[in-house]
Design a protein around this ligand. Structure first.
Ligand code: TRP
Length: 362
């Protein structure tokens, strides 16, 4: 079977370090490893609209920001089809038919959606489109017959929902759709990078992010102000590395080479941790080191981003071409779906003949 990968992001803000370690970096690695026959990365604007219906300007603006982040991180449009969800009408069409295979109570059970409803104070009045977005996400995945969907663990309920719809469709109509599988980040730290303030997740709404487009000064300022171990008051005090975001970030980003280059008193992170735990290692020193490590990682991305942003027309062209290409694939699946559901009336001549005969017999 063909190996097809699809994933995407809602364009509601610029992408940050959490997105980078959690998914972007992986996508670029997968792209470069060449292990997929087809790769799709989607800017999920229709999904973003499900909770931003009265704020479309935000969604519109961020399509470009997300596209710049993608390309700056190294996604290559000659190998990955990058497209805009709303430009593929078949995705909406599929969603409408899949809706009949899902119950309201099933949607209300989705733990990720439940959590999002709470965060948005939607408890008393949930937009119908928001509640049903897992169905639309199934359309995104199945339109391209994607079997691998790289996502964070918060998206597992969406994949479960997608598999259920696929099974129900294939069972009720005809074997057309492909059951997708999630591809989770291979290390736990990367799947959920905490915020600068130590909160569970780096998130735009919590204001605790380092963005891929941040300047060198902004990154330094943010790193130097990071939360550490609140009980590590003096340099001599023993410090705690568990749950300490500076060490979690180091875990995610630093390599032994960084020690050689910037902090040669230590061979590796284990030695640094041991010193911190024993006492005698100040926060400023570890933050300075983290700053150097992060600057080295983000600098090339920022520089590419700046270069790319000089040609906005070119970015839109990439998105337009990608959307055209994606649409061809989605149209083909749509046709198969209609055939399976036997709602391809003008194509299905034997059905027409059958009806004719029925009337002749009367
Ligand atoms: N729900 C995803 C997010 O919030 C975005 C998304 C939309 C997606 N459609 C998708 C991810 C299809 C994977 C596959 O980031």
């Amino acid at each position: 079977m063909k190996k097809v990968m699809l994933t995407g992001d809602r364009p509601t803000g610029r992408l940050h370090l959490g997105h980078y370690v959690g998914s972007l970096k992986r996508r670029v690695e997968l792209q470069n490893a060449g292990c997929f026959d087809e790769m799709y990365v989607m800017i999920a604007d229709s999904q973003a609209i499900t909770d931003n219906a009265y704020n479309l300007e935000k969604v519109r603006q961020n399509i470009l920001e997300v596209a710049l982040d993608y390309l700056a991180c190294g996604l290559d449009p000659s190998r990955v089809t990058i497209f805009i969800q709303s430009q593929i009408p078949e995705l909406t069409e599929l969603t409408f038919y899949y809706m009949n295979l899902v119950t309201l109570s099933r949607l209300e059970r989705n733990p990720t959606v439940k959590n999002e409803i709470k965060l948005r104070n939607f408890e008393t009045s949930i937009p119908v489109g928001f509640l049903t977005y897992p169905i639309s996400q199934t359309a995104d995945i199945t339109a391209f017959k994607a079997n691998i969907v790289p996502v964070g663990d918060d998206q597992l309920p969406m994949l479960e929902q997608a598999r259920e719809i696929v099974r129900s469709f294939n069972h009720t109509y005809e074997e057309v759709l492909v059951e997708p599988e999630a591809l989770l980040p291979d290390n736990e730290i990367c799947s959920r990078l905490p915020g600068l303030d130590g909160k569970a997740k780096m998130s735009k709404s919590l204001g605790n992010c380092i963005y891929l487009a941040d300047t060198e000064e902004e990154i330094e300022k943010k790193v130097m102000a990071m939360f550490t171990d609140p009980n590590h008051l003096r340099v001599e005090d023993p410090g705690c590395v568990e749950g300490n975001p500076v060490f979690i970030y180091l875990e995610a980003f630093c390599k032994d080479e960084h020690f050689k280059k910037y902090l040669s008193e230590y061979q590796n992170l284990d030695e640094l941790k041991a010193h911190y735990q024993k006492g005698g290692l100040g926060d400023v020193k570890i933050k300075r080191f983290l700053n150097q490590v992060l600057q080295e990682e983000i600098r090339p991305i920022r520089e590419r981003r700046e270069e790319l942003s000089k040609n906005i027309k070119g970015i839109y062209k990439i998105l337009e071409d990608g959307s055209k290409k994606a649409r061809m694939v989605a149209m083909e699946t749509m046709q198969e779906v209609k055939r399976a559901m036997k709602i391809n009336y003008f194509e299905n001549l034997s059905f027409l003949e059958e009806q004719e005969k029925k009337y002749e017999e009367k």
